[in-house]
Design a protein around this ligand. Structure first.
Ligand code: ATP
Ligand code: MG
Ligand code: MG
Length: 415
């Protein structure tokens, strides 16, 4: 009798379509860099299929994605045909064609986070596109989020005026093409304005200036938001940059509870002003008088959250997948008291760089509790080393030893 096996199964279960895994929805990701790679790795554990769109045939995510479509994420037609093959569309880079995203969204494509969020955040590659990084500044200031004072500038007179108002050093930023600090130039005095402006490609590129944020630490908070609008925050971390690239991350940040709470409040408020599901990284400045200012937001997983792969119950990558699919959010808390991420930035391209990175990785592998993540960038070697420990002091001491052997003086500053 056939029915005997199924008679105790509730009707809704019997009639539900079979889902092979936690979700049948194919997640489409614009961009196939290291963030996309780590996202694919997390998704694969849950049998979630991730398709990535990236122009590089040997992009980092290519080898681990369910499918890699070779194509440009800033080309409207390519993004459109890619989107039609996916159940939900998300990003691992914000410099995508946001105009197309908005159009696709109107046609019913499920973009998470929403196209409006990408538009507010992006520093577009395209001169023809209206959206840029200055819009992000305007947006957050209109939402009452504390920022360094800023002002749009169109000519030398307006920069001088800003310098008189904000003082020096003065941070000059390009509205577009801004990542890894490539859109930033500092004028230490009025005399340096012309050289800083020309380093950014001139006024025609679209510039604004920011008052110098006299920070004692840079902090980052990753906030996850589910499709039901539930929010969940990762512990506040400290980020240390080298040549404008995130180099060392200490988790948790060695700051007071008050600063942690303030940072989380600002991060949540910033994310609350944006639409859609996913993880968002909120970059912050901590000043000597205990003020916290927002620097910028990345609407996606972030380098400051690599450590979560090893140190948290649910990594930022798994959390992003859960969020965009509408699955329950996981626990963002740390399962070790402290962790550190050290990013080897291959200064040398090609063989010498790869040789050095290889030697450093082997050294890192000899440290108990250390994990390595090879980004898989085709030209420039990059690797993240993540260390966690049973107590915060040993991990910081181990980190100090490793970093010292890498020629990076690193002080153990845990109290
Ligand atoms: P990312 O790769 O993080 O997207 P980006 O090119 O968008 O970088 P920002 O994050 O705006 O650049 O700035 C890079 C770094 O420059 C910051 O992490 C900080 O160290 C420094 N910086 C930026 N703005 C200011 C400021 N107003 N005052 C002082 N330092 C600043
Ligand atoms: Mg940026
Ligand atoms: Mg930044």
């Amino acid at each position: 009798d056939d029915s005997s096996n199924t008679k105790n199964i509730p009707m809704d279960r019997k009639e539900s379509p079979v889902v092979r895994g936690v979700s049948d929805t194919v997640v489409g990701v614009l961009g196939g860099g290291q963030l996309g790679k780590m996202l694919c790795q997390a998704a694969s554990r849950m049998a979630v299929k991730v398709m990535v769109l990236d122009p590089l045939a040997d992009c980092p995510a290519g080898s681990v994605a369910f499918r890699h479509v070779v194509g440009s994420f800033d080309d409207g037609d390519t993004v459109e045909s890619f989107a039609k093959r996916c159940g939900v569309l998300t990003v691992e880079i914000e410099h995508v064609d946001a105009v197309t995203l908005e159009r696709l969204e109107r046609q019913g494509v499920d973009c998470q986070p929403k196209a409006s969020t990408i538009q507010i955040i992006q520093a577009s590659f395209f001169p023809s596109i209206l959206y840029d990084k200055y819009l992000q500044k305007l947006h957050f200031s209109q939402h009452g989020i504390p920022l360094a004072d800023f002002m749009q500038v169109d000519d030398i007179e307006s920069v001088k005026k800003a310098g008189d108002m904000f003082g020096y050093p003065l941070m000059i930023k390009s509205k577009k093409l801004a990542y890894d600090g490539r859109g930033n130039a500092v004028a230490h005095s009025q005399e340096e304005i012309p050289s800083a402006v020309s380093a950014l490609g001139g006024y025609g590129r679209g510039l604004y200036v920011e008052k110098w944020a006299p920070f004692v630490k840079e902090l980052s908070v990753i906030v996850a938001r589910g499709r039901d609008n539930s929010m969940s925050c990762y512990p506040v971390v400290e980020t240390i940059h080298k040549d404008n690239i995130c180099h060392i991350v200490e988790a948790p940040a060695n700051v007071t509870e008050k600063v942690k709470n303030l940072s989380i409040d600002i991060a949540k408020k910033a994310v609350d002003s944006l639409e859609g599901a996913g993880v968002f990284a909120v970059e912050l400045f901590l000043t000597s008088d205990g003020q916290v200012l927002l620097n910028e937001v990345a609407p996606r997983p972030h380098n400051s959250g690599h450590h979560t792969i090893e140190s948290c119950y649910t990594s930022q990558y798994e959390q992003h997948v859960r969020a965009v699919l509408g699955l329950p959010l996981g626990d963002p808390s740390m399962k070790v008291p402290a962790a550190i991420m050290y990013n080897i930035l291959g200064e040398d391209e090609g063989e010498p760089g790869f040789y050095l990175a290889n030697q450093l990785m082997k050294r890192a592998l000899s440290i108990p509790g250390a994990s390595i993540h090879w980004y898989g960038k085709p030209v420039t070697p990059r690797v993240a080393i993540i260390m966690g420990s049973d107590s915060d002091l040993p991990v910081m001491k181990d980190a100090a030893i490793v970093l010292d052997s890498f020629g990076v003086p690193y002080e153990v500053s845990i109290v």
